[in-house]
Write a protein that binds this ligand. Structure first.
Ligand code: PBG
Length: 304
């Protein structure tokens, strides 16, 4: 391998923190010195476009497009992503080579103790169709306003009074040294986004040396669970506009408990369920089950 290895990442504070976590893990696993890995921040379309919901302008690809190109061009050797932001269908030449141990998967509510404690008619700032739908389902009186930007930007908007409350992933808050901001929402109340809390590393399928170096830091249970959640997304043929929540967790005898939920954007209709699965191939059955029990309007949202 040619050192220094170039690690591509977005430039947001959370992305840089996660990039440094990956760098430290690789240094520890391989006994590499600090100068073995060079962090290369790359501005993505997702960082540039701040005034619209990504779902309306190109979806999750906007978080990875520039990093994918840098990988293909050999400008970087590997890329670090929040797995939640990585599209379900990836270019054939790119592989997810490793994931770090997953953090707290829950969302945190900032601005109230719980969804039930929100004032009547509360305004919630979020740009996530899943969070918007789940909040509207729990609190039909609430309304949702668009909140984009990095974690600090969103917290500042809340302080500025643009909304009564917002929702952020516990994982991001704790990685940014703000683990106590807001209150965690129980998984039973608000199932998280597929892959929430997981950091993944991609490289070129053709780069065998890099794949082997990254495999050394792969956290197998996290990889297994996130791949199951992503398989469910693929089976739903969901895009980032479709409200989907999913969580796989290790269960007894090497199996996994997969919980999932789909909703209409207004939260009016929902279909949820769970299954014990042994790998990504079995996630499609739960997707089919959710769709089979969904209302016609909800099925249509998923193109069925
Ligand atoms: N879409 C932005 C994004 N992507 C990953 C995280 C948090 C970290 C994670 O889930 O791993 C966040 C912010 C948030 O949802 O609060």
């Amino acid at each position: 391998m040619q050192f220094p290895l170039r690690l591509g990442t977005r430039g947001s504070p959370l992305a840089l923190t996660q990039a440094n976590m990956v760098k430290s893990a690789l240094m520890a696993a391989h006994g590499w010195a600090d100068d073995a890995i060079e962090i290369v921040p790359i501005r993505t379309s997702g960082d540039r476009i701040q005034d619209r919901a990504l779902a309306d302008v190109g979806g999750k690809a906007l978080w990875t497009k520039e990093l994918d190109r840098a990988l293909a061009d050999g400008e970087i050797h590997f890329a670090v992503h929040s797995m939640k932001d990585v599209e379900t269908i990836r270019p054939a030449e790119i592989v997810i080579a490793a994931m770090l141990p997953r953090a707290d998967v829950r969302d945190r509510l900032i601005g109230a103790e719980s969804l039930a404690a929100l004032p009547e008619g509360a305004v919630i700032g979020t740009s996530s169709p899943r969070r918007a739908a789940q909040v509207r389902r729990a609190r039909p009186d609430a309304s949702v306003t668009l909140f984009r930007g990095n974690v600090d930007t969103r917290l500042a908007k809340l302080v500025a009074g643009e909304a009564d409350a917002t929702l952020l992933a516990a994982a991001g808050l704790s990685r940014l040294d703000r683990p106590d901001v807001g209150a965690p929402i129980p998984i039973e109340t608000m199932l998280p986004a597929p892959a929430q809390g997981a950091v993944g590393i991609e490289t070129l399928a053709a780069n065998a040396d890099m794949r082997a170096a990254l495999a050394a830091i792969d956290h197998a249970p996290t990889s297994a669970c996130v791949r199951i959640e992503r398989a469910l997304l693929a089976a739903l043929a969901a895009d980032c506009r479709s409200p989907v929540a999913a969580l796989a967790e290790p269960a007894a005898d090497g199996a996994y408990r997969l919980r999932a939920e789909i909703l209409t954007e207004d939260g009016g209709e929902q279909s949820g369920g769970e299954a014990i699965v042994h790998g990504p191939d079995e996630a499609a059955a739960l997707a089919a089950n959710l769709l089979a029990r969904a209302s016609p309007r909800l099925r249509r949202l998923f193109g069925r």
